[in-house]
Structures are given as C-alpha cells and as structure tokens.
Design a protein around this ligand. Structure first.
Ligand code: AMP
Length: 428
C-alpha cells in the first residue's frame, strides 16, 4: 500500500483521461466562441455568503455539500470552494459593473468545481464543469439558444442518445399560488412522507418533487404540477421557447416534475440525460433561467440564464459507449544514437528540433541503439533520428519507423524535413 493516496472523492487524471478531458474542454471553448461567449475565470473559492445567497441555504449543495475552508483566524471571512460557477460569475457581473456593457453579456467558465458529496461513480468531490451564462436577455429565444448549445456539445462530443428535458417553473406572479397548492397537497399526505421530506415541506415544498426517495414516487406522480398553474405570460414564454427549439430541430421532452427549488429561478428549466437514464440521479448537465439572482447578489434587476455540464460524466458516458474520449499525440520523432554514452549530442539535436516547434523525445539513458529504437516504436513515434559518426560531417540518419526506410539528412535540413513529414502524416 502506498503511504499517500489522492483524497477520497478525488482522482488523478492520468494522461489518457487528461487527454479526453482536454478534448472536451477544447470543444466547449470552441463552441462557446462559435455562439458568441467570452471566456473568463473566477476564483476557485469565494466568500461563503456568495454561495449561500446565490445557491440558496436550503439546497443540498449548501446544506450538505459545501466545501468550507477552515478560517485562518478568528475574524477572517468565511470561504468555501466553488460548488458551481453561476454564483461567482453573477458576483463578478455585479462587482465589475457589467450592467453598463452591451447586453446581453455572454460568459463562459471551464474548470473544476468542489462538492463535499458522498463519493460514488459519477459523483466526485472535485469534478469539471463547462458553464455558460447569459445576463441581460429575458428570452425566450435565448433560452432555446442556450439549450441548443448544450445539446450540440453532446452531439459533437459523440455522446449517443442524449435526451433534453424541459419545463417551465413559472415566475413570481404564478409560482406562489402553485407553491401553496403543492404544500396543501403534501400536507394532506403528511403521514406518508419520509422524515426528511416532512422537514423540507415547511422550508421548500418544491424540493419534494425532486426527491429520490422511492417512497415518494407515487405521491409525486399524483401531485399538482406547475404546468397546470402557469400564468399567461409564463405560458406564452414557454410556448415560444418550444417553438424556437422546434425551429432549430432540438429533440426535447417536456418533463413536468423537473423543478429548481429556489425562488430566483424562473420559467425555463432543463436537463440533459442519457436516454433510458432519465429517472436516475445522474444528469449529464442542467440549467435554467434565474431572473432574480443578479438582484439578490446586489445588482440591478437583470434576467439571466445558463447551464452547467458535467465533463466527468461525459467522459464516463463516452467510455460506456466504447468511444475513444481522447488520444494523446505520440512524439513525432525519437532522437537516438549509436554511442550510448553520447547523451550530449542527442539532447542537443532534440533541443534544436523542439526550438522549431516539433514534438520529439530524446533517449537519454545509456542504452544500446537497438534498445533505444524499441522504445521509439513502443511510443508510436513516427521517426527516429539516429546520431552516429555522420554527425562529424553535419549529417544524421532519419529513419521512418512506419515505412522502415532510412536516409542521410543534413542536420541543417532536419527540422524542415520532419515538419514536412509531420504535415503529410497529420502528426505532432
Ligand atoms: P448541478 O449544478 O448540480 O445541476 O450540476 C450540473 C452538472 O454537473 C450535473 O449534471 C453533473 O453532470 C455535474 N455534477 C454535479 N455534481 C457532480 C459531482 N459531485 N461529480 C461529478 N459531476 C457532478
């Protein structure tokens, strides 16, 4: 047993997995740019209050999963690692006066998030998200645009059969009456409620619809749905979101039990699942409209909408589907030498090639040439540069390991020759 291990709920991303994640991050960034988002960074930690206010104190994320940092001294501020990006991005929007920028402001963040969750497959304490936020546009067109962007990400990433679930959760005009109806319904069935849900009923009745407790399934199925209680404005907004989704050809399903249990969420809510896994806890991603949030964090009333897609779960989905998540590029060439002891020449030639932007590995162990070349093919290098007596006249041998051919090349031409070969083989 090694004496030290990565903390529970975290994992080292070994090179192959890292390459897969990098591919997804690259796709996220390029799609975001294609859709007019600008990338930004927010700190990995914030004042705890940003999350408590911005995510809501009665949510699991805050109640149970917030990764709180130990205070450094009595009077220092309370900090926590970010469990998601929206609260931080909205805090930044307010702090930097982005209300004065041309609206809407479209921002994207890619990076690790932290939740002190019970670790299990697809649920980690450090995980990666791609987040997009649009602030300053009340929709409904942009709602469909955001939903379509997430859907396109899965499509281009190669995740098969992603199901888009959408719902409208009303707004401050119609939700209060719905909440009262919902509360009255569950109160009538209070005796059947599990202990935890009974406590939630007072604080946040919407969360009961989200319950994963199997004892709740029948009650939830018969509960009044927000879709039956939408006001005219919310009804029209939702109809228009659907019309825009139809127009861009995103297949979706209306899911009346899809809710976000916080007051500042409004209207559009959506989630992405693998088809057949909709009933399970593990969404691939989700998002919604948060028209009250910017005001809650000290800004002027401004509408907003965004999503967070979990990249770890995309990697898992690709793995399950047998797809290759990413490929590490092998080195273009390995620099080997006939004289095992002459590591100086090998390092010098490798350095020359790297200065020209080529990806090469230098063989710096004192091994026989035959062994050096074995490594080259193990690593799938396309070429071996072999340094021998010819170096005295300024030449090296260039061996094409795939074709099995070898020829003498002046050192002065080596980088150009390799670069040309790399291009024709899409290498490096
Ligand atoms: P949420 O903010 O909880 O809606 O999370 C958005 C997405 O992030 C989810 O759909 C997951 O794909 C991903 N996610 C959330 N929590 C975790 C976690 N603990 N481990 C891995 N992925 C997560």
């Amino acid at each position: 047993m090694p004496p030290y291990r990565a903390p529970r709920g975290t994992r080292d991303l070994l090179p192959e997995t890292r390459a897969g994640l990098s591919r997804l991050e690259g796709l996220a960034r390029s799609l975001a740019a294609r859709y007019g988002y600008r990338e930004m960074e927010i700190p990995l930690f914030e004042q705890t209050a940003v999350f408590e206010r911005g995510i809501g104190e009665t949510t699991d994320v805050i109640e149970k999963e917030l990764f709180r940092l130990a205070p450094r001294s009595e009077d220092s501020e309370a900090w926590a690692l970010r469990p998601e990006a929206t609260a931080g991005v909205v805090r930044a929007y307010v702090q930097h006066g982005m209300q004065t920028w041309p609206q809407p402001v479209k921002l994207t963040v890619v990076g690790p998030m932290f939740r002190y969750d019970r670790p299990q497959a697809g649920r980690y304490r450090q995980f990666w998200q791609w987040d997009v936020e649009v602030m300053g546009d009340p929709g409904p067109g942009v709602d469909a645009e955001v939903i379509e962007l997430g859907w396109r990400f899965y499509l281009e990433a190669g995740v098969p059969e992603v199901q888009v679930l959408v719902n409208s959760i009303g707004d401050s005009a119609c939700r209060p009456a719905y909440l009262a109806t919902l509360k009255a319904y569950f109160a009538r069935h209070e005796a059947e409620l599990p202990e935890l849900e009974r406590r939630r009923l007072e604080m946040n009745p919407l969360r009961l619809l989200d319950s994963k407790d199997p004892a709740m399934a029948v009650l939830i199925a018969a509960a009044p749905m927000i879709s039956e209680c939408l006001c005219e404005a919310c009804e029209a907004h939702f109809a228009s979101v659907r019309a825009h989704l139809d127009a861009v050809g995103v297949p979706y399903r209306i899911e009346p039990t899809l809710v976000r249990g916080l007051d500042y969420y409004a209207r559009t809510a959506f989630e992405y699942y693998r088809r057949g896994a909709e009933g399970q806890q593990q969404a691939l991603g989700g998002g919604g409209r948060y028209d009250g949030l910017i005001e809650l964090l000290g800004g002027r009333p401004t509408p907003g909408i965004g999503f967070a897609l979990g990249l770890d779960r995309v990697l898992l989905a690709l793995e399950e589907a047998g797809a290759e998540a990413g490929r590490e590029a092998p080195p273009l060439a390995l620099v080997a030498g006939a004289d095992p002891a002459d590591t100086v020449s090998r390092l010098r030639v490798a350095s020359l090639l790297r200065a020209e932007g080529l990806s090469v590995r230098a063989e710096l162990a004192h091994r026989k040439l035959g062994r050096q070349l074995e490594t080259a093919s193990k690593e799938h290098a396309h070429f071996a540069v072999i340094i021998g007596d010819e170096l005295a006249e300024g030449n090296v041998q260039l061996k094409d390991l795939e074709a099995g051919t070898q020829r003498l090349v002046p050192l002065a031409d080596l980088a150009r020759e390799l670069a040309r070969a790399a291009k024709s083989h899409h290498h490096g």
